[in-house]
Design a protein around this ligand. Sequence first.
Ligand code: TYD
Length: 137
Amino acid sequence: MKVNNARIINLEPIIDGIDGYLCVAENQREIPFEIKRVYYIYNLDSPQAVRGKHAHRELEQVLFCLKGSFDLLLDDGFKQEKILMENPQTGIYMGTGVWHIMDNFSKDCVIMVLASDYFTEKDYIRDYDEFTRFKNR
Ligand code: TYD
């Protein structure tokens, strides 16, 4: 990937024939950190819905689009990259200091995020100028 501190994590599904597919994401294995928090996002029916618009100082996360699709814009302060998220077996790892914006959600979109720490607003950088200063520190 073009953007620093972000990469694709491909989960190999266990294919159970007519009984469907199963993907596994384990601590410190497929997911390169200890998972302390899981959250998911749904009810994205509004065409104007936009999420993210922030970076994290210390948090690491892996995003999965479990159903439907959306656009994920990643920005490391120098380079940007847009990824179409539409495959439940493809996760995107976002390390510290990756500004991200999510939009263009399909109505049925369900996103799951695995995070390396508990929620704290203090870890967020929600101002783009502050993000630029953080990256150039
Ligand atoms: P935010 O992280 O900005 O969502 P997104 O990146 O998907 O746009 O969080 C939205 C709101 O939810 C914000 O008020 C913080 C709150 N929140 C929690 O209380 N706990 C959590 O674990 C998360 C992810 C968010």
